[in-house]
Design a protein around this ligand. Structure first.
Ligand SMILES: *Cc1c(COP(=O)(O)O)cnc(C)c1O
Length: 380
């Protein structure tokens, strides 16, 4: 049996909650399960306000609308990220400006951000790669200095923190993902976190298709009407019911992933010491969620060799992002800020190893053995 790259976790109460939702006779969005998820997520992230969305992509699109950006504006983001980070802004006519990452964490480099900001810049979009926080102190300072928003792409960052402050609770806005490849899942799913109180009211309107329906439900207006742009950004109660079960087990699921992450690290430490590969770096004071276990090899050639060798042995290891500044759409809609040396170099040398809540210690050990065999370091 091949070892899959990912298997979505089960918390246990998903079916029970879905049945409850069905029995309630109310399946559309913004019902009881959605509200319970909002409360739970607010506790876990410290966010000012939470709105569930059908995906993180949707949450990012909402964030771009709420940022009030349009044609002629720019947003600064890493090139080393998923397409949704950029698409959300391109859909509003905004130019993404791609900057380099720092080699230590593969997160956006604050020095590059500072030098990329112009009078057109409206927002900085840090992406917390592998669930390890960006240097938010520096980024928030830069944002304050230039008067621009910070929108966290915290798709991978659920349950991570910097000096005790959860990711997603730091920027003006943040987006989480509950896609089945993330830590806490609902198949597809996401949430927008709103930390700037000035955006609370409009966020509900954009969420409710551009109407003041939420105000109507609270009895604050007599009838609801079309007041702004918006879209269908509410997940159904079935999705929220599944998600609630997962959120209630978030600590436990993260703990199971962490055990596998630590075992990988322990098993591969000797290879790092002998210079065969590099392991993830977790800066002092940062708590991570073991979203990903990646290794950095010494060359792109080794990456190809390892991926092929692992596949042959039945292990689904994978590479990651093709830097956006080099993609057809990235060239058309965005621009690179200078030469993105670290991004171009590291993206060609990175390999992600299978990691999910139910992976067994034996599977982790097997994967590490295969890795050593393919790399010719066995017994070295
Ligand atoms: C997964 C991911 C997304 C998209 O999440 P969806 O919920 O699938 O829309 C966006 N950004 C990053 C960094 C991601 O890892």
């Amino acid at each position: 049996m091949p070892i899959r790259f990912n298997i979505p976790p089960r918390a246990g109460r998903e079916l029970e909650y879905i049945k409850e939702a069905i029995d309630s006779g109310r399946l559309s969005g913004n019902g009881e399960f959605t509200k319970r998820c909002h409360v739970k997520l607010q506790k876990l992230t410290g966010a000012g306000k939470v709105l569930l969305t059908p995906s993180c992509t949707d949450a990012l699109e909402m964030a771009a609308i709420l940022a009030g950006v349009g044609p002629g504006d720019e947003v600064v983001m890493p090139s080393y990220t998923f397409v949704s980070t950029a698409n959300a802004f391109v859909l509003r006519g905004v130019t993404p400006v791609f900057v380099d990452i720092s080699a230590e964490t593969l997160n956006i480099d604050p020095e590059q951000v500072a030098s990329a900001v112009t009078s057109k810049t409206k927002a900085i979009v840090p992406v917390h790669y592998a669930g390890v926080g960006c240097d938010m102190d520096s980024l928030m300072q830069i944002a304050q200095k230039f008067g621009v928003l910070v929108i966290e792409d915290a798709a991978q960052g659920m349950m991570s923190a910097i000096n005790g402050v959860p990711l997603g609770g730091i920027g003006d806005l943040a987006a989480l993902s509950f896609h089945e490849t993330k830590n806490i899942v609902s198949g597809e799913g996401g949430a927008l976190l709103i930390n700037d109180p000035e955006l609370f009211e409009r966020s509900e309107i954009v969420w409710e298709k551009g109407t003041n329906r939420s105000k109507f439900f609270r009895g604050e207006v007599d009838k609801y009407t079309w007041v702004d742009i918006g879209s269908s950004y509410l997940p159904s109660e079935l999705q929220a019911a599944f998600l609630l079960a997962q959120l209630e087990s978030a600590e436990e699921i993260t703990g199971r992933r962490m055990a596998a992450w630590q075992r990988y690290r322990q098993n591969l430490l000797a290879l790092e010491i002998t210079g065969k590969l590099r392991l993830p770096v977790i800066p002092q004071g940062y708590r991570h969620n073991s979203h990903m276990f990646y290794i950095l090899l010494n060359s792109a050639q080794e990456q190809g060799k390892l991926l092929a060798g692992m596949k042959k042995a039945g292990v689904n290891a994978v590479f990651h992002y093709q830097p956006l500044h080099s993609t057809p759409a990235g060239r058309k809609y965005g621009r690179a800020h200078g030469v993105l040396k670290v991004t171009d170099d590291l993206s060609g040398r990175l390999v992600r190893l299978p990691l999910f809540a139910d992976i067994s210690p034996g599977q982790v050990d097997f994967i590490c053995e295969v890795l050593e065999q393919v790399m010719g370091t066995r017994g070295y």
